[in-house]
Ligand binder design. Structure first.
Ligand code: 3PG
Length: 390
């Protein structure tokens, strides 16, 4: 597909779809990761002399009405600060916006527009009419077929991928489509059910699959061990067995924990006890992997060519149950492997252990990152490819 960097943007009206859907508490932005990642794109367009309109959603407001709580006002203020010049927030823009050359404006939350969620054609055409060039840069929303991420690409005079979207796709391609081997994936989270497609897709690509969290508990149960009071899904034991059998058939390993950290309750104050994986008693909850398991996993990470990380392997929010996640995070940081991390909880762990600089690529995608790992097409990317084919 066409890339923004291929285009001369001077004097052009450039509409850039970013994913500026950041967490905001009491009007304050609590994580700027997505803003930091989008800033170079916005700067590049501005410095090229474009008339820049930035479009994004924030949260999930109702269409057809203004909702103060979902306003992009804090985002516009943040951008103004970084760009060294106030950034206007434009509320009514569907019939056109006046923007000077080298100016940046933010258009109010696109999910307040009627038809956004349904990928409405009339709204898509309105977005397209705002600009000479539409730049899709919102990797985090590339899995949504909505008017601002998909429909507009069909109708814009020119539609191109922005540098952030391109970088995300390049990094994911490097990790999954032509990885340096061995390829190791860490997939953790509370439920097998929400990540089954992902596990099934990855098992055909990886050399090692490490599972963690509630997912690991279901795998431990599938291996015939008791999991006490742990979070797990009895209905998915067969699915876990199939993943393990499939892995074996394809020559991939799924190394299950040999020891775990248990506690009598889910609490920051609960006393952690290390147990062999086959010694978990009724009433006990598995809240982390044990030290021997952490050591073995870290050794695999040290030897990997590529590491894909999605999900903490324990309840790392509680320090008493953070050893496993911290050990793996430090192993990823120290490993020469090409590493990619994505997903909200994963980024919180990256942040907690201060390893941002040591991970090769940190994705801005939550749902989009997962759908890519599931092997699904991202509608925004498909639309860009279709435009490139003419
Ligand atoms: C995200 O936070 O994953 C994206 O911004 C998409 O948001 P959505 O799930 O509300 O579409």
């Amino acid at each position: 597909f066409l890339r923004m960097s291929d285009l001369d943007l001077r004097g052009k009206r450039v509409l850039i779809r970013e994913d500026l859907n950041v967490p905001i508490e009491d009007g304050r932005i609590t994580s700027t990761q997505r803003l930091d990642a989008s800033l170079p794109t916005i700067r590049a367009a501005r410095d090229a002399g474009a008339r820049v309109m930035v479009l994004s959603h924030l949260g999930r407001p109702k269409e057809g009405q203004f909702d103060e709580a979902s306003s992009l006002a804090p985002v516009a203020a943040w951008l103004g600060d970084k760009l060294g010049k106030p950034v206007r927030l434009v509320r009514d823009y569907l019939d056109g916006v006046d923007v000077a050359e080298g100016e940046v404006v933010v258009l109010e939350n696109c999910r307040m527009n009627v038809g956004e969620g349904k990928d409405d054609e009339a709204l898509s055409k309105k977005y397209a009419a705002l600009c000479d060039v539409f730049v899709m840069d919102a990797f985090g929303t590339a899995h949504r077929a909505q008017a601002s991420t998909h429909g507009v690409i069909r109708f814009a005079k020119i539609a191109a991928a922005g540098p952030l979207l391109a970088a995300e796709l390049d990094a994911l391609g490097k990790a999954l489509e032509h990885p340096a081997k061995p390829l190791l994936a860490i997939v953790a989270g509370s439920k097998v059910s929400t990540k089954l497609t992902l596990l099934e897709n990855l098992i055909g690509k990886v050399d090692q699959l490490i599972v963690g969290g509630g997912i690991a508990n279901t795998f431990i149960a599938a291996a015939g061990h008791g999991v006490g009071n742990s979070l797990y899904e009895p209905d998915l034991i067969d699915a876990a067995k199939r993943v393990i059998a499939d892995a074996k058939r394809r020559g991939a390993e799924v190394p299950l924990p040999v020891d775990v950290v248990v506690a009598p309750e889910f609490s920051a104050q609960a006393t952690p006890t290390v147990k062999a994986v086959d010694q978990v008693k009724d009433g006990e909850m598995i809240l982390d992997i044990g030290p021997e398991t952490a050591k073995r996993y870290a050794a695999l990470i040290a030897k990997a060519g590529t590491v894909v990380w999605n999900g903490p392997v324990g309840v790392f929010e509680f320090d008493a149950f953070g050893m496993g996640t911290e050990t793996l995070a430090r192993a990823i940081a120290a490993s020469p492997a090409f590493s990619i991390a994505g997903g909200g909880d994963t980024l919180a762990a990256v942040d907690k252990y201060g390893i941002e600089k040591d991970v090769s690529y940190i994705s801005t995608g939550g749902g989009a990152f997962l759908e890519f790992l599931e092997g699904k097409e991202l509608p925004a990317v498909t639309a860009l490819q279709a435009r490139a084919k003419g």
